[in-house]
Design a protein. Structure first.
Length: 127
C-alpha cells in the first residue's frame, strides 16, 4: 500500500468524522484501555506477587510487591497513553481495524503469558 500524498492527507484530515466513525473509534480505544488495565493491574499483579512469594525470602517480598505494583502502574499509564496515539498513527498504512486487531493479539499474548506463569507456579509444575 502506498503512502498518501500531502494533499490527500490534508483532504482526509479536513473531512469531518461521522458520529458512527467516532463511536467505533472510541469503542476500539476503550476495549484496549480496559484490556491493558486488566492485564497489567490484575493479571500481571498476581503474576508478580506469585513470583515474589515463590522465589524471594519473606522479608524481601513486601518490598518487591511494592516496587512491582509501582512499575506495573507506570507501565499501565504508558500503555494507556500510547493506545490512542497508536490507533490514530499517521500515515495510514493500514486500517484502524487492523491495528486494533493487532493490539488485541498483543494484549491476549501478554495476559496469557502472565496466566501461564501463575498456573505453572501454583500447580507446582515448576520448583
Amino acid at each position: 500500500m502506498t503512502t498518501p500524498s500531502a494533499t490527500e492527507q490534508t483532504n482526509r484530515n479536513d473531512r469531518l468524522e461521522s458520529y458512527g466513525n467516532r463511536l467505533k473509534f472510541i469503542a476500539m480505544e476503550w476495549t484496549l484501555i480496559i484490556g491493558w488495565l486488566v492485564t497489567l493491574l490484575v493479571i500481571w499483579r498476581v503474576t508478580f506477587m506469585t513470583l515474589a512469594e515463590r522465589f524471594l525470602p519473606i522479608p524481601a517480598v513486601r518490598l518487591a510487591v511494592i516496587f512491582g505494583i509501582l512499575f506495573l502502574t507506570i507501565g499501565c499509564v504508558a500503555a494507556l497513553a500510547i493506545t490512542g496515539f497508536w490507533l490514530r498513527m499517521n500515515p495510514y498504512t493500514e486500517t484502524t481495524f487492523k491495528r486494533w486487531l493487532k493490539a488485541l493479539l498483543w494484549l491476549g499474548g501478554a495476559a496469557a503469558v502472565g496466566r501461564i506463569i501463575v498456573w505453572l507456579l501454583v500447580e507446582g509444575v515448576v520448583g
